[in-house]
Design a binder for this molecule. Structure first.
Ligand code: ATP
Ligand code: MG
Length: 400
C-alpha cells in the first residue's frame, strides 16, 4: 500500500520558479497534490523513466503539466520520452507554450501531448481541461478493469469445465489404485516390509493427487457464499486454536495484536478459515528456522487498493470504503518482486519437490475465496518478511 489513490497527483515541470509557484498555488487550491520540478531530467526521474523502462509500480501521476521551452531537455523531448512508455490515456500531458505559435503547438501535438495551454495561463480553462483529461484516463482504467474481469471470468469458466472433467476422469482410477494397494497390503505377510513401505508411498501419492483434484474443484466452483456478521477477533482466536498442531515443534512465535474494539465483518467462517490457514502455513513454511508471525485485526478506510486482474467488480471493497482487516505478517524472506504477481497463479510454487512440496494452490484458493466474500487480498513485502492483508466487508451489500 503506497499512496492514497483519492489524492490526485500532478507533476508540474517549469524552469521558472515564479511561474511554477503560481501554477502550484492554483493547483493546490483546486485540491490537487503537486510535485514540482525545474527541468526535464528531474521530470523523467519523478515519473521513474530517467534510466529506462519504468519499474512495476507505475508513475503515480494523474497528469503532467509540461513547459514547452526549457534549458536541457525541452518539453517535446520529455514528452517523446514519456510516450515511449505511457500512452495518452495512461499519462495525460498538457503542454504549456509561451506564445500562440502554431509551430510550437503543432510540435507538442505531434509529440502526442493531450492538449496545450498558452502563457499567461487562463487558470479556469486549464483546470477544466485537466478535469477532462483526468476523466478520460479514469474511464480508460475502468474499461480496462472490466475487460480484465471479463477475461478472468472466461478463464474461470474454462478452468471449472476442465476441473470437472479431470475430477470425473481421474477420481475413479485413483479410487481403484487405492483399493488395490490396500488389498495388496493386506495380502502381504509380515516379512514383506519393503513392499509395504512402497505401497505406503503409493497411497500417499494417491491421496495427494486426490487433494489436488478437490482443491481444483473447490477453486473453480463459483458458488456464492452465505455471509454472516461475525467478530473477527473471535474468529482469529478460534482458528489459531485449531492450528496448535501445525505450530508444534516449530520455533515460530505467534503474536496477536487484535483490535480493542472487536471488528465485525461479513464472513463465511469455514471458507475464511481456509484462507487464514493457508496464509499462516505459508508463513510457517517460509520461516523454517523460526521467526515471528503477527496477526492484526481492525477496521480502517481502504486506500491504495490496486485493481487486480480477475477482481470481481461491483460488490468488492473499494478505495474509500470502510473495511475490516486481518493482517498476517511474518519476518521470513518475503517474495521476490518479480514473483509477487505470479503467486496467485494456479500451481505457482517455489517449494522444493518431494513429499511435502507445495501444490501452488494455497494463494490461488485464498484469493478466490476472498473474492467470494466481496473482499480483497493483498501481499506486500515488509522489511523483512511478507505482509498479507485480507480486507472484508463491514456492511451487507448485495453480492454478485
Ligand atoms: N509468507 C511467505 N513468505 C515467503 N514466500 C511466500 C509466502 N507465502 C507465499 N509465498 C510464496 O508464494 C508461493 C505460492 O504460495 P501458495 O500458498 O499459493 O502455494 P504453496 O505454499 O507453494 O503450495 P500449497 O498449495 O501447499 O499452499 C510459495 O511457493 C512461496 O514461494
Ligand atoms: Mg501455501
Amino acid at each position: 500500500m503506497t499512496r492514497r489513490t483519492d489524492q490526485r497527483r500532478v507533476l508540474l515541470v517549469d524552469d521558472s520558479r515564479v511561474t511554477r509557484n503560481l501554477q502550484k498555488a492554483t493547483l493546490l487550491a483546486a485540491g490537487y497534490a503537486v510535485v514540482d520540478v525545474d527541468c526535464g531530467e528531474a521530470a523523467l526521474a519523478e515519473i521513474g523513466i530517467a534510466e529506462g523502462p519504468p519499474g512495476g509500480g507505475g508513475h503515480g501521476f494523474e497528469l503532467v503539466l509540461l513547459d514547452n521551452m526549457m534549458p536541457g531537455l525541452s518539453g517535446p523531448d520529455v514528452l517523446r520520452r514519456i510516450r515511449e512508455f505511457y500512452s495518452r490515456v495512461e499519462l495525460p500531458v498538457i503542454m504549456v507554450t509561451a506564445r500562440d505559435e502554431s509551430g510550437d503547438i503543432v510540435n507538442a501535438l505531434k509529440a502526442q501531448a493531450n492538449d496545450y495551454v498558452i502563457k499567461p495561463i487562463d487558470f479556469p480553462v486549464l483546470l477544466a481541461r485537466m478535469e477532462t483529461h483526468i476523466g478520460f484516463k479514469k474511464s480508460h482504467e475502468d474499461l480496462r478493469n472490466s475487460h480484465r474481469s471479463l477475461i478472468h471470468a472466461a478463464k474461470m469458466e474454462s478452468v471449472a469445465h476442465l476441473a470437472a472433467g479431470v475430477a470425473h476422469e481421474i477420481r475413479n482410477p485413483l479410487a481403484q489404485i487405492q483399493m488395490s494397494v490396500d488389498g495388496a497390503m493386506m495380502a502381504l505377510g509380515d516379512e514383506a516390509k519393503m513392499a509395504k513401505e512402497f505401497l505406503g508411498m503409493t497411497i500417499e501419492a494417491v491421496e495427494r493427487a486426490e487433494g489436488i483434484i478437490s482443491e481444483l474443484v473447490n477453486y473453480s466452483s463459483s458458488a456464492s457464499l452465505k455471509l454472516a456478521k461475525a467478530d473477527l477477533n473471535d474468529f482469529v482466536s478460534e482458528t489459531l486454536e485449531l492450528m496448535t498442531e501445525e505450530f508444534e515443534g516449530h520455533a515460530t512465535l505467534v503474536k496477536r495484536e487484535l483490535a480493542a474494539e472487536p471488528p465485525m465483518a461479513f464472513i463465511s467462517p469455514e471458507e475464511l478459515r481456509q484462507v487464514l490457514l493457508n496464509l499462516l502455513l505459508n508463513s510457517l513454511q517460509a520461516m523454517a528456522t523460526g521467526g515471528t508471525v503477527t496477526i492484526r485485526t481492525g477496521v480502517r478506510v481502504v486506500e491504495g487498493l490496486v485493481a487486480v486482474e480477475g477482481a470481481r467488480t461491483g460488490a468488492r471493497v473499494r478505495n474509500g470504503d470502510e473495511a475490516a482487516f486481518v493482517v498476517v505478517e511474518d519476518n521470513g524472506p518475503g517474495i521476490a518482486e518479480g514473483d509477487l504477481s505470479k503467486v496467485f497463479d494456479p500451481f505457482f510454487t517455489s517449494k522444493a519437490t518431494g513429499r511435502d512440496h507445495g501444490k501452488g494452490l494455497g494463494l490461488t484458493v485464498a484469493r478466490q475465496l476472498i473474492e467470494l466474500h466481496g473482499g480483497a487480498i493483498e501481499l506486500e513485502n515488509s522489511s523483512p518478511g511478507l505482509r498479507a492483508t485480507l480486507l472484508l466487508r463491514v456492511n451487507e451489500t448485495a453480492m454478485l
